[in-house]
Design a protein around this ligand. Sequence first.
Ligand code: PLP
Length: 394
Amino acid sequence: MDDSFTLETLLLHADADDDAEPGIAPPIHASVPFSAATAEEFAELSAEPRHERFYRRYGNPTQARLERLIAEAEGAEAALATASGMGAVSTTLLTLLSAGDHVVAQHSMYGGTLGFLRDVAPRLGIEVTFVDQADTPAFARALRPNTRLVMLETPSNPLLRVTDLRAVAELARERGILTMADNTVATPVNQRPLECGVDLVMHSVTKSLSGHSDVLAGVLAGSRELIERIWQTHILVGAVVSPYDAWLALRGLRTLVMRVERQNAGALALARFLQSHPGVAAVNHPGLPEHPQHELAARQMRGFGGLLSFEPHGGREAAERLLSALRLVRRSPSLGGYRTLAVRPAAMWAIELTDEQLTEAGVPPALIRVAVGLENPDDLVADFERALAAAGSA
Ligand SMILES: *Cc1c(COP(=O)(O)O)cnc(C)c1O
């Protein structure tokens, strides 16, 4: 669509060409097989590059509509929606990598992505080198002649470290190596990795893009050629988004900009409050001038996102007391939804990561991660102020 429109307008109108019915809201296409009236029409259905009306594992019109909007949001030629964020990650790695290949990834990435790289990749004969994302030259040092992919995630979770997308994309591109960025935490409202030279963007649509904690979906966005290549594996892996989830995600996307702007404001207000509180030992949020990479974040992001983490004084017990004393905030592992959620990452990842791995990832036991929702920032700050006092951290 006309790219002189702002993102909030594009997200309302970019799929208008798909309107086959007079309804303002889009339909949900549930059918698995599609039919053709003639032999010629059937030949056309099965010759389309992405088979949007053939058999639902290959694609469907509701999914295609979601893909169109997300491609617009990321400034991409094409997108592919999947059953989950992990469906997007796994399908991409199975497409781009073969035995004997090498990947460079960050120490700090989503737990499921790390799980694939640590447990599945080695069984397929794929080697992985993990680097500190804040150390750009470390990416260059890790590259080998057989490196095929550099995997990025910024800001990372739960420490909110920032990767220099432009610098890393450039050093990979010079060597003909693909880069992929998980943009779930930032969202395209705050950061557009493709504009920084990254080849492929991935999202857990489960989080901010759908925004209401009731959808499980993922997406990939990039060049048409790359997305079609991944689609060839996708139809074999079968991590296909349900039309109902695609439809809900589409509905959520209409308000993405307003939601993310509110979350940006809420997280910054809460981070500033916590930073000034005597019961708090440390706060991590890229919007704080005290964040060691604040300048880099300000250069590559338009807003700083709804995620922050902090460490109350008093160790893990104080942190758990604080979580229990919050009234508005539920103990829950997700982010990007309408309600504010908080979790102690060391407790959440105990199932996937050993204590050693947690220490290696630099996650203190008392660290609390907060995924800010759409509450009025004043209400949120008041809830934390009261809970800090109740937990004895004040
Ligand atoms: C949740 C999440 C994922 C995985 O997404 P699912 O939709 O749960 O499979 C990947 N990356 C990040 C940053 C996430 O927050």
